[in-house]
Design a protein around this ligand. Structure first.
Ligand code: HAM
Length: 426
């Protein structure tokens, strides 16, 4: 039996991997432009971290974690998200003591959730995310959203929409929670069993239910925005004011509660409005989590961040018909005809590579025509042909593939010639 890839995972093959690299390159360079530094954390963590961090009443913790026991009997979990691990590292390495405050971090890597696979929903997916720890300035809320939007814009996406909400502070949430319980209690039996449990454990989660989304009780549920206290309201107003000042359009959706427990104040999602984008339209999600550092054992420290999935980003680019400017494969393909020429080609290819050029050659003993075809397939900008005659003269016949223009170049000058023509520094 042939092996198959596990459900909900995917291979990224050459042809596509260049797109991944390009997208990650743009996201990284924008992060550095905004003053964010990379952090790398392990792919698995102690299970307890996610129970605490993500929240034990969330779908992620209740249904979606890849949890296993290692040979030492420890309960470990493949990370379903990046925020709790980053906060764990922040506390463990006492980064709250660093003179750099707020600490602005970004990360990129695979996350794992046992979800029902469908278009845009995977069991292993790659998140690119940022976390800014140590400031409760609404300007940083605006910065984080601006950065996410900037990444999409820089890649050429046009049909994206920033949706925002505020969950307020603890007091506001408490008042809203009581109102939700009053609203749903008498008719909770009309909702699914998950919602019935949520009424007891975490009523806010009811608003996030996928099954009962269209139930009449949802539309009439009390809005968090009516329960924000003065401080929370003022905070939210300031965030909106900054976004407006940056010229970033947004809409407010009071039903945006997000699927993780750590949020308060600002929450947001970025959706694709491209045609044909269904269930996986949420490209990016994030928000403020002022209690999380303390929950994980650190000093009271505010935080905010987002994570976007690269799979969904690439799907949105496809849906909008955006072609990424990924580089062609090779600067030069060395075509050798005959045994002596082949020996020379081996040496020459290495020398050209050492000079900084992207170069390849034939390893299948192909005829001249087939080698030229290979050069074409690999997207070589130039071919350098050497046969007995060229060897005699210590030259290569260099052909510019796009124009067909051909010149003889001494072998010793080939690297210089190519670097100059391609516009690369020597
Ligand atoms: P999240 O909303 O659970 O938030 O995930 C963020 C993004 O990851 C989603 O908007 C979606 O694009 C992508 N995503 C989630 N699940 C899948 C999946 N199964 N397949 C493909 N893509 C998926 C978080 O993870 C938070 N840690 C974000 C955050 C950072 N909040 C503050 N800081």
């Amino acid at each position: 039996m042939a092996f198959q890839i596990p459900r909900g995972t995917q291979d990224v093959l050459p042809g596509d991997s260049e797109k991944w690299q390009y997208v990650e390159h743009i996201a990284r360079s924008l992060c550095s432009r905004y003053g964010y530094q990379e952090i790398r954390t392990p792919i698995f963590e102690h299970t307890e971290l996610f129970l605490r961090g993500v929240g034990d009443t969330t779908d992620i913790v209740q249904k979606e974690m890849y949890t296993f026991e290692d040979k030492g009997g420890r309960a470990l979990t493949l990370r379903p998200e990046g925020t709790a691990p980053v906060v764990r590292a922040f506390v463990e390495h006492k980064l709250y003591g660093s003179p750099n405050q707020p600490l602005k971090l970004y990360y990129s890597g695979p996350m794992f959730r046992y979800e029902r696979p469908e278009a845009g929903r995977f069991r292993q997916f790659v998140q690119f995310g940022v976390e800014a720890l140590g400031s409760s300035d609404p300007a940083i809320d605006a910065e984080v959203m601006a950065l996410a939007m900037h990444i999409y814009e820089a890649l050429g996406l046009k049909r994206v929409r920033l949706v925002m909400n505020s969950l307020g502070d603890l007091d506001s949430r408490r008042a809203h929670r009581e109102a939700l319980v009053r609203h749903f209690s008498s008719r909770i039996h009309e909702l699914c069993s998950d919602c019935q449990m949520r009424l007891r454990t975490n009523p806010l989660r009811i608003l996030d239910c996928k099954k009962d989304r269209d139930h009449e009780l949802m539309a009439t549920a009390p809005s968090i925005l009516d329960y924000l206290n003065d401080e929370s309201r003022a905070y939210f107003e300031k965030v909106k004011q900054y976004l407006t000042a940056l010229g970033i359009p947004f809409v407010i959706d009071a039903r945006l509660v997000r699927g993780l427990d750590y949020y308060n104040h600002t929450t947001f999602e970025i959706m694709s409005e491209a045609e044909g984008f269904g269930a996986a339209a949420t490209l990016c999600g994030g928000g403020r989590y002022n209690g999380l550092v303390q929950e994980i054992g650190g000093p009271e420290t505010p935080g905010i961040g987002f994570a976007l999935s690269i799979e969904r980003l690439l799907a949105a680019l496809d849906a909008e018909g955006v072609e990424l400017p990924v580089e062609s494969g090779l600067d030069c393909y060395v075509v050798a005809v005959g045994k002596r020429a082949k020996d020379e080609a081996v040496r020459l290819v290495y020398a050209l590579r050492r000079a900084g050029l992207r170069v390849d050659q034939d390893y299948l003993d192909r005829k001249l025509k087939a080698q030229l075809k290979a050069a074409h397939r690999l997207g070589a900008l130039f071919v350098a042909i050497i046969g007995d005659e060229e060897l005699e003269r210590q030259e290569a016949a260099v052909k510019h593939m796009a124009s067909g223009e051909q010149t003889n170049v001494p072998l010793g000058e080939l690297a210089h010639f190519l670097l100059e023509r391609i516009g690369k520094e020597e």
